[in-house]
Ligand binder design. Sequence first.
Ligand SMILES: Cc1cc2nc3c(=O)[nH]c(=O)nc-3n(C[C@H](O)[C@H](O)[C@H](O)COP(=O)(O)OP(=O)(O)OC[C@H]3O[C@@H](n4cnc5c(N)ncnc54)[C@H](O)[C@@H]3O)c2cc1C
Length: 382
Amino acid sequence: DEALQEQLHEPEGSFKKYFEYTTDIYSIAAPVFLYKEIKIFSWKAVKMLFQFRKLDAFRTMHESNKAHFTNPKTVQLFDRYATYTGSSPYKAPATLNIIPHVEHAYGGWLPKNGIHAIPEAMARVARENDVDIQLNSSVDSIVKEGKKVTGVKIGGEKHQCDIVVANSDVKATYHSLLGDRDSKMAKRYEQLEPSSSGLVFYWGMDCAFPEFSINNILFSDNYQEEFHELFESMHVPSKPTVYINITSKLIPTDAPRGCENWFVLVNAPCNVGQDWEAEIKKARNSVLEKIKETIGEDVSGHIMHEHLLSPVDIQRLTGSSQGSLYGISSNSRTAAFKRQSNNSKRYKNLYFAGGSAHPGGGIPMVTLSGKICSRLIMEDHS
Ligand SMILES: Cc1cc2nc3c(=O)[nH]c(=O)nc-3n(C[C@H](O)[C@H](O)[C@H](O)COP(=O)(O)OP(=O)(O)OC[C@H]3O[C@@H](n4cnc5c(N)ncnc54)[C@H](O)[C@@H]3O)c2cc1C
């Protein structure tokens, strides 16, 4: 922290003070908002009310970061954490400054064999506990009988279930699986702003670039404009911040000898029917331009292999509404209270997990949603 503080010419002690502030938010908010279903009338919620001021809910993340630091680059560095929930630092409440605490206190981790190793490990534990996992079985509908759910339909065949946990996108679950387009919750989700999406270029590079490390963020010069384009104009930012992750820097076997595997991500708006071919072409040029500006080299000739993931692909591959990465955005003070709770208030035996339900999107939160959901099931059915 001290090295970074010095590099950014921030006054002594400013980083320490900032992380004390983010730690406070975490210790007050996490027990109420992250690890449990939200219960307004619980003892923990009442206790939280007495410390409400410390949650910093009435400023935006940007306003708070600007008050903590003097260098606009430091402000931009911490503003970026809003994108971990697919939101804008100029709109999201400063309570989301909880995120830098989590990264700072617990660190960034790289699972061996990539992110897929996490669901694989969970599946292994489930199978060891006699769980039968049926892959490649798309659920057509959730079967309802009055005010309870009794099963799922796959390929026209009904499978009787005591409990249904929907990990699919909440809006899609109401619309397609439950056929409840007119329900209160479906209508609410119609009105909530989706989080942002992403555009990923997977590049196999024919050489190594010592200028880059494992995680590289090439910040844009005008962050406010970038978020305006993302959430208001709904275009891929014309001068985007570029994130480049190169795991072969740490795990050489992730790429052929002397080569590198680049995961190049720019934030993109959710899919509202943009001309994606044009958006992608423009974004690819801006990314190459930004890299050239940073390391003084045009890397396009070194791309041996390219694979693309667009918001449309994300929507198609995961069923996420409009290809948003993190369910609904946190661009309002009330977003946390509007997410689908992990148990259905409408149907008995129906539960929700995943990024569009409580407590929100991103791998850590999704994992927590599964934990909350399983605890609720045990409480209801033990
Ligand atoms: C490019 C990219 C980069 C990201 N980077 C990060 C990051 O660095 N850190 C982070 O924390 N998060 C990141 N995320 C976000 C994170 O991946 C998501 O928030 C998280 O995966 C959501 O989990 P989920 O279980 O809700 O949905 P998913 O992971 O999408 O899983 C839902 C599953 O349900 C299946 N499904 C849907 N409908 C049906 C149906 N009817 N029948 C059967 N199956 C169905 C889908 O096929 C899918 O497999 C990133 C996402 C993307 C796309």
